[in-house]
Design a protein around this ligand. Structure first.
Ligand SMILES: Cc1cc2nc3c(=O)[nH]c(=O)nc-3n(C[C@H](O)[C@H](O)[C@H](O)COP(=O)(O)OP(=O)(O)OC[C@H]3O[C@@H](n4cnc5c(N)ncnc54)[C@H](O)[C@@H]3O)c2cc1C
Length: 358
């Protein structure tokens, strides 16, 4: 480790390495391997892994600032990267010590890479992926509709629903075989290089050594607030990059004023998110996590739209960063979506007076 604060390292990698390659990474047919390797070399793959396993055990605000920096440099890199650090966070908090001892040092160093497939737990209706206990093993049957990083990730944090309504979480090694089949990669208008597939599990048997945890629906709902706060970083990163794009090129007074105003909004939202997360903040002053995330999503979309407007006709070109940021900001409005988040976003889109941050 270099001794340089993690956020500074992430920002330097973003501006010097990720950003110059971002349009190329966006158009690539597979994940940005070199970019992820550069993050690993800086210790950033161990951001959410405790020091006892070789990680940084960074505070949530540091994790968000690092993710925002990466997202401001390259959307698809941030998109793949966050899967890994979220997976490591869940693994670190579980009680399966032998699993952690065996895998966390490699995950932290980036010698193994982890993806996720659990967003379907937040869908209403019959679970698309069910789990039955057979002795002390778990048997997964059904489809996880989304998993990013197929062909790149070594493991997936996979979750399905037990008959009693709890979710069962396991770290499953990824390779195509009879009991685990991936769809062809989805064709996407943003994050197309993320190698996103659906995973079909046919009587996939997971022994205790790969089991991570179970969660009740109430525990999952409580974690959703934390997830919403975490994902603000992607939108704020895109907004910051959009402000940078506005200031490059033909920047007259009007554009400079608009960029300054958007930058003030980014800083104000970042402070509001940090306040939510600060244990010293009184409960009645924290604000609502879903509403905060909705405002960050809205800001990311508006700022990148402003960058498109400033870019003019050229911004419609596939090599122009503004339209890429606009597409990335759009995807961030869908990630880990819940009904409440969707309502909060629609409300903002229909009520422009609610958008202005104080
Ligand atoms: C490019 C891409 C990559 C992704 N990669 C991953 C990944 O690697 N791992 C992963 O786990 N997920 C991944 N996702 C999923 C993502 O995080 C979101 O969960 C997902 O996009 C939300 O859409 P959905 O179609 O799955 O859910 P939807 O079914 O549209 O549901 C979204 C929300 O709306 C609510 N809802 C839906 N229908 C109703 C209804 N009738 N009444 C009330 N509420 C309702 C649901 O409860 C849910 O909270 C990815 C998504 C994209 C677009």
């Amino acid at each position: 480790m270099s001794g340089v604060p993690l956020v500074e390292q992430a920002a330097a990698i973003a501006s010097q390495f990720l950003s110059p390659r971002a349009d190329q990474a966006d158009m690539a047919t597979g994940p940005p391997v070199e970019q992820i390797r550069r993050l690993a070399e800086a210790g950033l793959l161990g951001l959410t892994t405790p020091p006892q396993y070789g990680g940084e055990g960074a505070a949530p605000s540091v994790v968000r600032d690092c993710l925002a920096a990466v997202a401001s440099g390259c959307g698809v890199t941030a998109f793949i990267y966050y899967q890994h650090i979220v997976g490591c966070r869940h693994l670190a908090s579980c009680s399966n010590a032998p699993l952690k001892d065996r895998l966390m040092p490699d995950l932290s160093a980036g010698r193994r890479f982890c993806s996720l497939a659990f967003s379907h737990l937040r869908r209403p209706g019959p679970p698309p992926l069910r789990v039955l206990a057979e002795g002390d093993a778990w048997i997964f049957d059904g489809t996880a509709p989304w998993m990013t990083g197929w062909g790149f990730a070594d493991d997936v944090l996979l979750a399905g629903v037990l008959p009693d309504g709890r979710s069962a979480w396991a770290l499953v090694p990824l390779s195509e075989r009879g009991d685990l089949q991936a769809s062809p990669p989805a064709r996407l208008c943003a994050m197309n290089a993320s190698a996103t597939v659906s995973l079909e599990c046919r009587a996939l048997r997971v022994e205790p050594e790969r089991q991570v945890k179970t969660m009740t629906p109430a525990e999952l709902a409580a974690d959703t607030d934390r997830a919403n706060i975490f994902f603000t970083a992607l939108s704020l990163g895109a907004a910051r990059a959009a402000v940078g794009s506005m200031r490059s090129g033909r920047c007259d007074d009007l554009i400079a004023d608009a960029a300054d105003a958007l930058e003030r909004e980014v800083e104000s939202m970042r402070a509001a998110v940090d306040r939510w997360d600060d244990p010293a903040t009184p409960a009645d002053e924290r604000g609502d996590a879903t509403a905060l995330r909705a405002r960050c999503i809205d800001l990311g979309v508006r700022a990148s739209n402003a960058a498109v407007v400033v870019g003019g006709g050229a911004a419609n070109g596939l090599g122009h960063p503004a339209q890429r940021l606009f597409r990335e900001a759009m995807v961030y409005s869908l990630i880990a979506q819940t009904r409440d988040l969707r309502s909060a976003n629609l409300d903002l889109l229909l009520r422009s007076d609610k958008r202005v941050s104080k």
